[in-house]
Design a protein around this ligand. Structure first.
Ligand SMILES: Cc1ncc(COP(=O)(O)O)c(C=O)c1O
Length: 353
């Protein structure tokens, strides 16, 4: 793939900011180069020095976990940062467009709107699968990006792999993003292993879900090293703070926690689904490969409001395409899920179905 054709020329030619830590990255010496405070931070641990702009320690760990090479990894302040940078790298307001497949993660559309880039929406099928033929028909000379979320938010299911391959085989004049924020909860292999085969593929993942690190803000994009270099060129110089880097490094050493919590969440999910099946007001529970479920309820809006009044906060997705009367429920602790079931039962004993 001739990447230069699909990257905006001013980005391809950009001379990036060269930070103090880009120019010298040793640990020892008298550092008088970055206008830092030499005394410390007023904390027990000092954060007075700028962090590694390329986060190489974490990338080494992630490369081992994800079985890829470090130069295939970009780290962002959440995967939301990677989504925004990718749009800025590839799309202009005048002659580009982005295909998304609603109902899906809302930030693709919001990031496109912030960058003033038109969005083409090809809804999922009634079974919440990709309409691959319609997507392929919608591709034109302006298409620069196609976002595919698998497992999808808010529906929770994996997209059929054959449909993804069909789109990958048909679209080579821009990039296909597979957002795998929830892949750790599924039994399917990641598309990271397909990067060598599909040079237009970009896979995104995050530590916000299975790794339990949402507050630290660490998202990942996996792609050809040429694309990763472009991400690094346009990102803010120190986009991942030192505290995040230190804590992520420690968390990644504790692989036991991730495996255990995934197992735990899967067990809780199955139990919650089994309990919901006995409730009269539940119309359907959609298959989930993620750490949440989408459930269609009778009187969904009233139920949602009742749950809020009981201090149980779920996500009402009723106004989203193809999700009428549906509430997205994150799998909580066993006791939290039991409390939820109790409150739903109370709601339906008070209100006719
Ligand atoms: C599908 C999907 N992609 C990306 C994100 C953003 O993740 P991060 O916390 O890394 O910004 C989310 C967050 O909910 C998500 O659902």
């Amino acid at each position: 793939m001739d990447y230069k054709k699909y990257i905006l020329p001013h980005i391809w030619d950009l001379k990036p900011y060269s930070s103090a830590r880009d120019e010298f990255n040793g640990n020892e010496g008298i550092f008088l180069d970055a206008n830092e405070n030499p005394i410390g931070s007023g904390l027990t641990e000092n954060y007075n020095r700028y962090p590694d702009p390329l986060q190489l320690h974490i990338k080494d760990q992630i490369a081992l976990i994800k079985k890829c090479s470090t130069d295939q990894i970009f780290l962002g302040n959440g995967s939301d940062e990677a989504i925004d940078l990718l749009i800025r790298m590839t799309c202009t307001s005048k002659s580009s467009s982005i295909i998304v497949c609603p109902p899906t993660y809302g930030m693709y559309e919001v990031s496109a709107a912030i960058n003033n880039v038109p969005i083409i929406k090809i809804n999922l099928t009634a079974e919440y699968q990709l309409n691959s033929d319609l997507i392929i028909q919608a591709i034109d000379s302006t298409t620069r990006l196609i976002f595919i979320c698998s497992p999808n938010n808010p529906t929770g299911n994996l997209m059929n792999r054959e449909d993804i391959y069909k789109i990958l085989d048909s679209f080579k004049t821009g990039f296909i993003v597979i957002d795998e924020a929830y892949i750790d909860f599924s039994d399917e292999p990641s598309f990271i292993h397909e990067l060598a085969k599909f040079p237009q593929l970009i896979v995104m993942q995050t530590l916000s879900k299975a790794y339990g690190l949402a507050s630290l803000r660490l998202g990942m994009a996996f792609a050809d090293p040429i694309i990763i270099k472009l991400f690094n060129k346009i990102k803010p110089p120190y986009n991942i703070g030192g505290a995040t880097q230190n804590l992520v490094q420690k968390a990644l050493e504790n692989s036991y926690f991730v495996t255990e919590s995934i197992q735990h969440i899967k067990i809780n999910k199955n139990k919650l689904i089994a309990d919901l099946k006995h409730i009269i007001g539940v119309r359907s529970i959609f298959h989930s490969d993620a750490n949440f479920i989408l459930v269609k309820f009778i009187r969904a809006q009233e139920l949602f409001d009742f749950l809020i009044s009981q201090k149980i906060i779920a996500r009402n997705r009723s106004n989203v395409a193809l999700c009428d009367d549906s509430i997205r429920i994150t799998i909580g602790l066993e006791s939290e899920n039991e409390e939820l079931i109790l409150k739903i039962k109370i709601f339906y004993t008070k209100n006719d179905v």
